[in-house]
Design a binder for this molecule. Structure first.
Ligand code: PLP
Length: 692
């Protein structure tokens, strides 16, 4: 069994560039680290893992001069760099050391290795509970674990920081932490900033008075006990609280706001700033929300300033059921792009997708496509009107921005309140659509029957979300179905948000009723524009009597993405995962309320979970504070959480720990009546509002 220590070293540190080759005494920091690690009794070889960037050539040069084996790999994908170094060196056990630890102690290294071997663990560290001085960090793991992480890790942070995939997946790896007792939390011996270097140099010079550089942790502790003032030099620097936190800060703690600057400019050339109300920064954290992203992977999003956040909020407003940039869907889409995404002829995948959707919904026979949910709902309504020759629509839930829907607010601006988005303005919708669409409430059989009774001969369709906030009352859908059948009304179920999250296909499959039309969008194509209107032949045939036609409904990316997404959903039983993750989040929120003595209102189907600050004096201010504090901890978070395949149990555990901490602060602030004073900017918007 070969045990190798890999010292991770590069020149390009943000806060202290070139720190690894700074002279400490007469030797570069890296030399101290390598020398100290070599004194470990259980390490067979010390190697350096650096990058292929030209800026890191001095590291390579130093290694060559000292006959230390060095491997150059990716700057960003450090997991890949480690994997290849370990593989080429033939290591069975890897000891990860970072080159900013010039006081690393060989005895501590051996202690962690011994625990790893004796406990037959896959991974052991001594930094998980921060009980050792910062700067004595050791991680030990098997090559097998490294290889598993290398093959499976998708998140940017998992690739950038080598071991998060391992320690965030306790169900896959046998993990342990070696603690120091009593805890030495708060001691800072790492080299990250100028003050650290001053501290390290002074300690080093003191201890070198003996002429022996083999001092270890014990000697440093003894010196600090004698000269405690030394610790004041860098004692005010907060320990780097993990990779997310560190990435969130720009050089020396200044936070950049490139996204907000861009958003301010965008509002001058784009009315409303964005194309979707739910993506307006004002809906989350006015003046502070990152607003734009540079890249995304799994459930991680990198903003324009390089900050990485875990998204535990809307996951592309529900569009990315598998996680961002899913490799399988992306591969299929790239292939479609290469083969030509648009020609004079049609794409055969339209047929393949129709067969798949009809097969999953045995009551249906035919499919038409659009590219957005609102369009698909509008097409369904048009087909229903064409099929029945009637005009009026009864509906429940949110169905998009189109005239047929907003017409409900012509008589009363608040008619749509309670149907997802309050305050939607019907300005621009022709007045003569007045009295064409009427809302009713979910589970309100009597309200529904009254509407039907008033307009029965004129009703073309009943449009409903199958489920969103709570379960249907027993018999609710049976009644709706029966009334529609009796009166020749087309029953349209809008699965844009609910579909493919609780089961493979529409949520109505679980609710035991067959609609006449079902409309799908977000859940079916993982962020690529695609929507489907699925229906019975008897109703869908009317699509030919009306003119329903659009150029971009014929392109290739949408159906290809939908096929890849749905097939992956089936292969991985994604709905089961979404339900489990969603339940875990909901239970975590309930627990967070309980611990803080608050009866928290938690709702939504588990994959589209939400909670509310309704019992608090200023719910919107609390919501804003929650988002503000979670952002500071590396999360995109609000009072809702949409699950995706990319959300693991570990991700949720860490999120809940952060959410719990923030929630406690909010409860305390509520008790002291100072929520507003903790806000760094304005309170978020609660619904539609014209922006200045
Ligand atoms: C149930 C439902 N229908 C329709 C829509 C509109 O979809 P889109 O925003 O793609 O137009 C949405 C969007 O959230 C929705 O949740």
């Amino acid at each position: 069994m070969k045990t190798g220590a890999l010292v991770q070293a590069r020149m390009g540190a943000t806060r202290l560039p070139g720190k690894v080759l700074m002279e400490l005494g007469k030797e570069p920091v890296l030399q101290h680290v390598v020398k100290r690690v070599s004194r470990s009794k259980l390490v067979d070889e010390v190697l350096v893992a650096t990058t292929i960037e030209p800026g890191d050539l001095p590291v390579v040069g130093w290694c060559a001069a000292q006959s230390v084996r060095v491997y150059c790999g990716s700057e960003e994908d450090v997991l890949d760099r480690f994997y290849h170094t370990a593989r080429l060196a033939g290591l069975d056990v890897i000891v990860r050391i970072t080159a900013d630890c010039p006081f690393i102690d060989p005895e501590v290294i051996d202690l962690v290795i011994t625990r790893f071997i004796e406990g037959d663990f896959d991974y052991v560290n001594n930094c998980g509970n921060e009980s050792w001085p910062d700067g004595l960090d050791v991680e030990v793991f098997s090559f097998k674990s490294l290889e598993k992480a290398w093959k499976s890790a998708d998140l940017l942070s998992e690739r950038e920081h080598v071991t998060p995939f391992i320690y965030n997946n306790p169900s896959l790896f046998k993990l342990d932490v070696v603690d120091h007792e009593p805890s030495l939390k708060g001691m800072r011996w790492t080299l990250d900033q100028e003050e650290d270097f001053t501290f390290i140099s002074l300690v080093y010079n003191e201890l070198m008075k003996s002429g022996d550089d083999s001092f270890g942790m014990k000697e440093v502790l003894q010196l600090l006990a004698e000269q405690p003032q030394l610790q004041e030099i860098n004692g005010s620097i907060v320990r780097n609280e993990g990779y997310l936190k560190s990435l969130q800060k720009d050089t020396m703690g200044e936070k950049k706001q490139t996204g907000q600057e861009l958003y301010r400019k965008a509002k001058k050339v784009i009315p409303g700033g964005t194309q979707l109300l739910s993506k307006r920064p004002e809906m989350f954290l006015p003046e502070q929300w990152p607003a734009y992203y540079a890249s995304a992977q799994g459930c991680e999003v990198q903003d324009l300033d390089g900050n990485v956040f875990q998204d535990l909020s809307y996951m592309g407003v529900g569009a990315c059921i598998l996680g961002y940039a899913d490799p399988d869907v992306n591969r299929a889409v790239k292939n479609a792009v290469d083969k030509g995404s648009m020609t004079t002829l049609n794409v055969p995948e339209e047929y393949e997708l129709a067969e798949l959707l009809v097969g999953l919904h045995p009551w249906s026979d035919m499919v038409r496509y659009t590219r957005t949910g609102g369009e698909a709902a509008a097409v369904a309504v048009r087909i229903a009107r064409a099929a029945t020759g009637r005009g009026k629509i009864l509906f429940c839930g949110y169905h998009g921005w189109h005239d047929w829907y907003l017409a409900a607010n012509l008589s009363d601006d608040s008619a749509l309140d309670g149907h997802l988005l309050p305050g939607l303005s019907p300005t621009g919708v022709p007045r003569h659509l007045l009295d064409s669409a009427y809302p009713f409430n979910y589970n309100d059989v009597n309200g529904f029957l009254q509407l039907v009774d008033s307009y029965k001969g004129d009703v073309a369709a009943v449009v409903m979300e199958p489920i969103r906030n709570f379960d249907p009352e027993p018999g609710f859908f049976k009644k709706v179905r029966q009334v529609c059948s009796d009166l020749g009304i087309v029953l349209i179920v809008d699965e844009v948000s609910a579909g493919f999250r609780q089961t493979i296909g529409g949520a109505h499959l679980l609710l035991d009723f067959d609609p006449d039309i079902a409309v799908f969008a977000k859940g079916i194509s993982n962020g690529f524009p695609m929507a489907a209107v699925l229906g019975r032949q008897s109703v869908m045939a009317a699509a030919q009597d009306s003119f329903i036609s659009s150029t971009y409904w014929t392109e290739r990316i949408g159906p290809v993405a939908a096929l890849a997404t749905i097939n992956k959903i089936i292969e991985n039983n994604v709905p089961q995962h979404l339900m489990e993750i969603g339940r875990k989040v909901q239970n975590g929120w309930r627990q967070m309320g309980k611990v803080n003595g608050v009866d928290l209102e938690v709702g939504g189907i588990p994959p589209l979970a939400h909670f509310s600050f309704s019992g608090f004096s200023d719910p919107l201010a609390c919501k804003t504070l929650f988002t503000q504090e979670m952002l500071d901890r590396g999360y995109l978070a609000t009072t809702a959480c949409y699950s995706s395949l990319a959300h693991t149990e570990g991700v949720v555990d860490n999120y809940l720990t952060a959410a719990d901490e923030v929630f406690s602060c909010i409860v305390e602030a509520e008790q002291h009546g100072n929520i507003q004073s903790l806000l760094k900017g304005p309170v978020c918007h609660g619904g539609f509002k014209r922006l200045s």
